[in-house]
Design a binder for this molecule. Structure first.
Ligand code: URP
Ligand code: ZN
Ligand code: ZN
Length: 465
């Protein structure tokens, strides 16, 4: 008989495809048995999951911990950011290594790993952000994929930061990654129109305050760029992923392209699903500034529809935490607000309450959006995003009856405010397990800094979503 390290008893297991009442046996960081009435030995630790769900851990494929941005550094570092993730039922995060112009991509990857390794409490991986395209970058694509980073990010804006990729770079990167099963994620916004509108509203910045952030970023500043990036994916045959999609019209373009057979995937985030641009009208409107902008109610409605019908395959957060002191740097000028929101800790419980709790989608669909689809699209499946023999024991024991009102002061994040302050939740993670180790027990963090590992991901040849 296999001597189990950990045994989760009496729970209801939910995967992307199945619901079953069974115990989960864990040994050496992996799931080794799934069956009814599994037996423990004297050393086996037991978690009683009666009346609770057992989910594969959520995967947030879009976080920016300790990112230098907007004249400051995002407030959740790799240690606290991954603690916050675990508290919210997230067992894997993907952050970004941003190439410096004129330097190799792998130099940025190694520098980012130095910041994360030994600090992270759960497993993490990196995307490589391409900011420069030359023969050396082109030659590096295969090396970076072989290193365990098959996904790249390109920003269609952020000229001043030196991060912007033009269409020629995007086109060539799609061609090159296609050869090796890589994928290009894009931050899609129309830089020239955006810059023109920002200049226009800057003339009247006192009149509009934080609302100018919204006025200068209407939906077409995103959807035009989404449409353009899709065109380059279509003609190159490359695989494209739209990050943090915020506009209803963008969802329609993704829908149409997928119907034509273009290899395009999309992510949206809780802030675009649950908030609308009225948040910018309050006294603290500047706190909500993120990029791309939170759009109108109708956009949120269209994004929910996209999540439900499979046009949008992933929910992630774009976590980039700035506290009220950092946000105060704007001093009335909407161009100077550090853009970004906290989110990794609240994503999964919000999605449960608002998605499953409100009858928008099923439990299995929740797991597809928050765990299995991200694992498949980003080359981690079935190691992550699954509950099966041989998969990493990354699990969440989730209490569907737990009622809670979100308060920034109760959260692990270093943020002193929350975009979802006062939101009422029903359902919250009870226990989080990362590679067989309990890191959150009964809602308290019990993990350790440095336990998490860098995750080598695989190139993806075929995708069934
Ligand atoms: O406002 C945001 N999202 N800041 C982080 C950088 C990005 O665009 O993802
Ligand atoms: Zn972005
Ligand atoms: Zn981002």
């Amino acid at each position: 008989m296999v001597k189990l390290d950990l045994l989760i008893k009496n729970g209801t297991i939910i995967t992307a495809t199945d619901t079953l009442h069974a115990d989960v046996g864990i040994k050496d960081e992996k799931v080794v048995k799934i069956a009814e009435n599994l037996e423990a030995n004297s050393d086996t630790r037991i978690v009683d999951a009666r009346d609770m769900y057992v989910f594969p851990g959520a995967i947030d494929v879009h976080v920016h911990f300790q990112l230098p941005f907007g004249g400051t550094i995002s407030a959740d570092d790799f240690e606290n950011g991954t603690k916050a993730a675990a508290m919210g039922g997230v067992t894997t995060v993907l952050d970004f290594a941003i190439q410096q112009k004129g330097h190799p991509i792998l130099e940025a990857v190694k520098a980012r790993r130095k910041e994360a390794d030994g600090k992270v409490c759960i497993d993490y991986g990196l995307h490589a952000a391409i900011t420069d395209w030359n023969p050396q970058t082109q030659a590096e694509i295969k090396q970076v994929i072989d290193y365990g980073i098959p996904t790249f990010k390109m920003f269609m804006i952020y000229k001043e930061q030196g991060w912007m990729a033009d269409d020629g770079m995007l086109f060539q990167a799609l061609e090159e990654t296609k050869k090796f099963g890589g994928m290009i994620g894009v931050h899609a916004e129309s830089v020239d129109i955006l810059d023109m509108l920002i200049d226009r509203y800057a003339q009247e910045k006192e009149k509009w305050g934080a609302y100018a952030h919204t006025l200068s970023r209407p939906d077409y500043t995103e959807s035009e760029a989404v449409q353009r990036a899709i065109k380059w994916a279509e003609v190159t045959g490359g695989r494209l992923y739209i990050v943090h999609m915020s506009a209803g019209e963008s969802a329609q373009y993704v829908h149409d392209a997928r119907a034509r057979g273009v290899h395009v995937y999309a992510e949206t985030c809780p802030q675009y699903l649950l908030l609308d641009d009225s948040v910018f009208k309050g006294d603290n409107g500047h706190l909500y500034a993120t990029c791309p902008q939170i759009k109108k109610k109708k956009d949120g409605t269209r994004l929910w529809q996209g999540l439900i019908n499979g046009e949008i395959q992933v929910v992630a957060t774009d976590t980039c935490t700035f506290d009220t002191k950092q946000k105060a740097m704007w001093k009335g000028d909407f161009r100077k607000i550090p853009f970004g929101l906290p989110g990794v800790e609240t994503m999964f419980p919000l999605l449960y309450t608002e998605g499953v709790g409100k009858g928008r989608f099923s439990l299995t669909h929740l797991i597809r959006l928050a765990s299995t689809n991200p694992a498949k699209i980003f080359g981690m499946y079935p190691q992550k995003g699954e509950i099966a023999v041989g998969s990493d024991a990354d699990l969440v024991v989730f209490d569907p009856e737990k009622k809670l009102t979100l308060r920034a002061k109760d959260l692990q994040t270093n943020c002193d405010w929350s975009p979802f302050e006062g939101w009422k939740l029903k359902g919250y993670p009870h226990t989080t397990i990362s590679r067989g180790k309990i890191v959150v027990a009964d809602g308290k963090f019990v993990g350790e800094c440095g336990y998490g590992q860098f995750l080598k991901r695989q190139a993806v040849k075929e995708l069934d979503i």
